[in-house]
Ligand binder design. Sequence first.
Ligand SMILES: Nc1ncnc2c1ncn2[C@@H]1O[C@H](COP(=O)(O)OP(=O)(O)OP(=O)(O)O)[C@@H](O)[C@H]1O
Ligand SMILES: [Mg+2]
Length: 251
Amino acid sequence: MSNQPVLTVEHLALTIGGAVIIDDVSLSVAKGEMLGVIGPNGAGKTTLFNLISGVMIPTTGTVGLDGRDVTNQTIDSRARAGLGRTFQTSSLFPALSALENVRLAAQVKLGGATSVLRFPRAHDEASTISRARLDEVGLSHHSETVAGVLSHGDKRKLEIAMLLATDPSVILLDEPMAGVASGDVAGLTEVIRQVHHSGRTVLMVEHHMDVVLGLVDRVAVMHHGQLLACDTPDAVMADEAVQKAYLGAPL
Ligand SMILES: Nc1ncnc2c1ncn2[C@@H]1O[C@H](COP(=O)(O)OP(=O)(O)OP(=O)(O)O)[C@@H](O)[C@H]1O
Ligand SMILES: [Mg+2]
């Protein structure tokens, strides 16, 4: 991890119909860092990711990627600049095999045709990348399995493989453990750890505190659209404002 910021958010705010959804949030993420984003339901975590990835444009404030202001750029343009994200709800094609799902993502990145009607040639570039990505998330044995029948844990791994196929340098994961059986959490946690250790910058919204605290370098705490704290897990856990925000909901 270097001290060089790869992602900077400055005085970000979003107001919808008079309601303040994101309230003056500033944070900076170093290259290679892993940042956890926590906070109660409705705190603004997904909205923050939406603003960073370009799904939404802020009312005021800026988003910088690799030193470039991308605040008003499209999702595609940010993706080309190396920003990738998964969504809180699943975004797989359930009737396609695991390999075909990753292959579609790889083809988008390579700029080729995205038709799955043509039988994929075994050794073309997209297939090679896709097999490597499936291997990276430990799903090689399921390459021909239809995505819809995979366990929730394997579906999440597949979504990560699809994301990796677009070769992002900064990854936003929105609740990767959502819906995953408790027995599969450890395996998925290891996959995310590997994704981070391979040199990528990772931001992860997650409600499983044990997962967050065991993985991340720093934790950002959102509450009522504000950034309550952003520090090492130990410092955040000891923060009075954080304790107060979570009163009744044990950390
Ligand atoms: N497009 C929108 N229009 C109006 N309100 C919105 C919109 N998107 C989000 N909100 C509101 O903004 C607040 C923050 O929502 P957000 O989804 O970012 O929370 P979250 O921290 O991700 O919550 P969760 O943990 O439940 O996923 C909520 O009160 C939500 O109802
Ligand atoms: Mg959310």
